[in-house]
Write a protein of this length. Structure first.
Length: 79
């Protein structure tokens, strides 16, 4: 299946809060065509880290998210 251009998905960013207004576990809208790779964290490790995957973008930024690699891929290819 081919992903749609300019498609966006919502994921749960689990990065540590940096300032007063940032909240761990906030919903983030991600442009699918900016994703370079999605890496899974092993399940037994993810339990302790409180996140399941990392998403890397074309500009080398990344976020750590609660969703598993499979859940993210499902969102990307959902109709």
């Amino acid at each position: 299946m081919k992903q749609a251009e300019n498609k966006f998905i919502v994921v749960t960013d689990m990065r540590e809060a940096v300032g007063v207004e940032e909240v761990v576990g906030r919903k983030v809208v991600v442009a699918v065509d900016h994703i370079v790779k999605i890496e899974a964290v092993e399940e037994h490790i993810a339990e302790h880290l409180n996140y399941s995957s990392t998403i890397q973008f074309v500009n080398s930024d990344y976020i750590i998210v609660r969703e598993t690699q499979e859940e993210i891929i499902s969102k990307i290819y959902a109709n």
